[in-house]
Design a protein around this ligand. Structure first.
Ligand SMILES: C[S@@+](CC[C@H](N)C(=O)[O-])C[C@H]1O[C@@H](n2cnc3c(N)ncnc32)[C@H](O)[C@@H]1O
Length: 213
């Protein structure tokens, strides 16, 4: 079984408890963090937004509220299990749609989206996938529009940092550590300007990246 397929199956199983796990783990700070991410995503009524690696879709209802009835929200993930959970968070008549696909290739035309978001997922992607995905985000974003990426901050506490590293390596995402340290250089290859914000909890950071195309 290849690593991608293993990871997909892992998330299919994890989907049943993912939201409970996050609530327990983050004691609700993750919800405030998501509010913060959506608040910082530049969107207007009627806009189209893509959430990559949407998981159980926690950003989707919030993004939907922001773009309104004339807008469009797309949640993309390769795990059917995660998308099934996400589907229950939005009305079947909403303007949110779901795409089951590997982020290695975004199945959309160029210059379609007014914003692209990705929360706590980019570091999990393989290095080749990350570069291809960034190029593809540039392609599907309209010129001058924004990619907003949220990632963990490396914890100051040595023991907690060690636990985070163990989690990354157990997922086969050893390069994640390097990425968490060098995101700016990676993002500046494709976007300008690239601005960094800290979330209110201080546990995550948000990168606001403007498409220089
Ligand atoms: C840690 S979860 C984050 C989910 C959500 N964005 C959040 O903030 O709760 C990572 C998600 O990325 C998805 N994922 C990982 N690799 C992927 C890939 N190559 N293509 C599409 N989705 C992927 C997983 O299925 C999972 O739903």
């Amino acid at each position: 079984m290849c690593a991608g397929s293993y990871r997909r199956k892992y998330y299919d199983r994890f989907s049943r408890i993912y939201d409970k796990f996050v609530a327990l783990h983050s004691r609700d700070t993750r919800e405030n963090t998501r509010e913060f991410l959506v608040a910082k995503t530049p969107l207007e009524r009627g806009d189209k937004v893509l959430d990559i690696c949407t998981g159980t879709g926690s950003l989707l209802p919030r993004l939907e509220k922001k773009v309104g009835i004339r807008g469009l929200v797309v949640g993309l993930d390769f795990s059917r299990g995660m998308l099934e959970v996400a589907r229950h968070k939005v009305s079947p008549h909403s303007n949110v749609c779901f795409v089951e696909a590997d982020a290695v290739f975004l199945p959309f035309k160029e210059n379609v989206f007014d914003a692209v978001t990705c929360s706590h997922a980019f570091y999990e992607l393989k290095s080749g996938t990350q570069d291809r995905l960034l190029q593809d985000i540039v392609r599907v974003l309209k010129p001058g529009k924004t990619f907003v990426m949220m990632e963990h901050e490396l914890p100051d506490n040595n023991f907690i940092r060690f636990l985070l590293y163990v989690r990354f390596f157990s997922m086969g995402a050893g390069r994640a550590v390097q990425i968490l340290r060098h995101e700016r250089e990676m993002l500046e290859k494709y976007f300008s300007p690239v601005e960094k914000l800290s979330t209110p909890s201080g546990r995550s950071k948000i990168w606001i990246c403007t498409n220089k195309k």
